[in-house]
Design a protein around this ligand. Structure first.
Ligand SMILES: Nc1nc2c(ncn2[C@@H]2O[C@H](COP(=O)(O)OP(=O)(O)OP(=O)(O)O)[C@@H](O)[C@H]2O)c(=O)[nH]1
Ligand SMILES: [Mg+2]
Length: 384
């Protein structure tokens, strides 16, 4: 402001000082008929801004809360074609806070609502080019962060599902900073966990697929992550389902196993409960996580511990443990008869010490349900 302007402004201020009420004569006052009241004018009303904006309010975009019971507040992000299909299995189980993110609309699983899909512009697929994938994801990280804020909202854990080997999913670590920044900004208590499939033996013969898969695994090495071994998983299903249903069946089985662990951690037990804090500790540990389950039809056997652990490892979609796990979880689901049988109860205790001896810290839970096909055992080994 120049000196002249300043003086003018001060004079204006002096003139416009309101005269005290008692000095105002009849004529200088106004009645409510002459001028609209402050209320009617709405000086504090910003509805005009909404009228101009064509952006739906955040609540309209916000995905509904998960209906699947879970001890932790979580969301699932599926990146790329395979990651999207893996994420859809969680969506189908009632994890509504699921977002499929891809560089193309073309390899989406059928039946995905637009609110569960985020298209990353800039490339129509990246044709197995992981560098291009990283560039496109990096350029659009603000778009992803915005989608988390408007559609996912307050969660503690983000599970990122990826088919390793392609160019989009394998590039997902490029979003890591954006995802962790988002979690910090909402004061989440959890972290980002990667769930990456390893290509089949046949696919790994292709050098590009192999290099992309290795890069994806290398990127997440220090983060908590689950590696789904497609070769092993498909081998377990061969002869049980046709080729067309192989991946959908595998994706659903994995999602059901994971969802069951999230659910059991919400449940009370008259014997021993595995709670949300136990679960969070296991998920928090950096390194690889393995999930597995098995059914022991006759639990009255003497080597129940070894049978349970070997069964869980053999039928797990994940590769066998590569090193001593820091965290071990053994969850057993029994019928009331099994829990009342003194011989079986002894064997159950032996199973816990067998698994406990193979991890630095063991968390356990015993739940009673019926009907069951036998003794159901689930294990989670973390921090490998
Ligand atoms: N477990 C599992 N793995 C899958 C599934 N679909 C694909 N894959 C694996 O994921 C790998 C990568 O393929 P995509 O996910 O299609 O690749 P992308 O991430 O979309 O990358 P671009 O297509 O190159 O942009 C494949 O080679 C398969 O090994 C699935 O439904 N389940
Ligand atoms: Mg693709």
């Amino acid at each position: 402001m120049s000196d002249d302007d300043q003086q003018e402004y001060e004079e204006y201020e002096e003139e416009s000082v309101e005269a005290p009420a008692e000095e105002l004569d009849e004529e200088s006052t106004t009645s409510s008929w002459d001028m609209p009241t402050e209320d009617a004018l709405g000086y504090d009303n910003f509805d005009f801004a909404e009228a101009y904006s064509d952006d739906p309010s955040p609540d309209e975009k916000m995905l509904p809360e998960n209906s699947a019971p879970s001890a932790i507040k979580c969301a699932f992000l599926g990146l790329g074609g395979g990651g999207g299909k893996m994420a859809k299995a969680f969506l189908d189980l009632g994890f509504h806070k699921t977002l499929l993110i891809n560089t193309t609309e073309k390899d989406q699983p059928p039946g995905i609502d637009p609110e569960n899909f985020l298209l990353i512009p800039g490339a129509d697929g990246v044709g197995k080019d992981i560098q291009l994938g990283k560039q496109v994801l990096g350029d659009n990280s603000a778009l992803v962060e915005d989608a988390l804020r408007t559609r996912i909202g307050k969660v503690d854990w983000l599970f990122v599902l990826v088919g390793g080997g392609g160019g989009t999913g394998s590039a997902s670590y490029e979003l890591h900073k954006c995802l962790t920044r988002y979690l910090s900004s909402i004061e989440a208590t959890g972290r980002v966990i990667y769930i990456i499939s390893k290509p089949s033996a046949q696919e790994l013969l292709n050098p590009t697929i192999k290099a992309n898969s290795n890069k994806a695994l290398q990127d997440v090495k220090k983060e908590p992550h689950i590696v789904i071994d497609n070769e092993k998983q498909l081998h377990l299903l061969r002869g049980k389902v046709g080729m067309l249903n192989m991946y959908p069946a595998a994706n659903l089985n994995f999602a059901k196993l994971f969802a069951q662990i999230l659910k059991l951690a919400t449940e009370a037990s008259p014997i021993q409960a595995f709670d949300s804090k136990d679960l969070e500790k296991c998920l928090y540990a950096p390194g690889r996580i393995l999930l597995g389950s098995t059914v022991v039809r006759n639990p009255r056997i003497s080597d129940l511990g070894a049978t349970v652990l070997q069964g869980c490892l053999n039928s797990s979609p994940c590769s066998k443990p590569s090193r001593h796990p820091k965290m071990g979880v053994l969850l057993l689901v029994t019928t009331p008869e099994m829990a009342n049988d003194p011989i079986i109860s002894n064997q159950l205790e032996a199973a816990f010490s067998y698994v406990g001896g193979r991890a630095e810290t063991l968390f356990s839970g015993v739940y009673i349900k019926e009907p069951l096909p036998g003794l159901v055992a689930m294990t989670l080994l973390g921090g490998m």
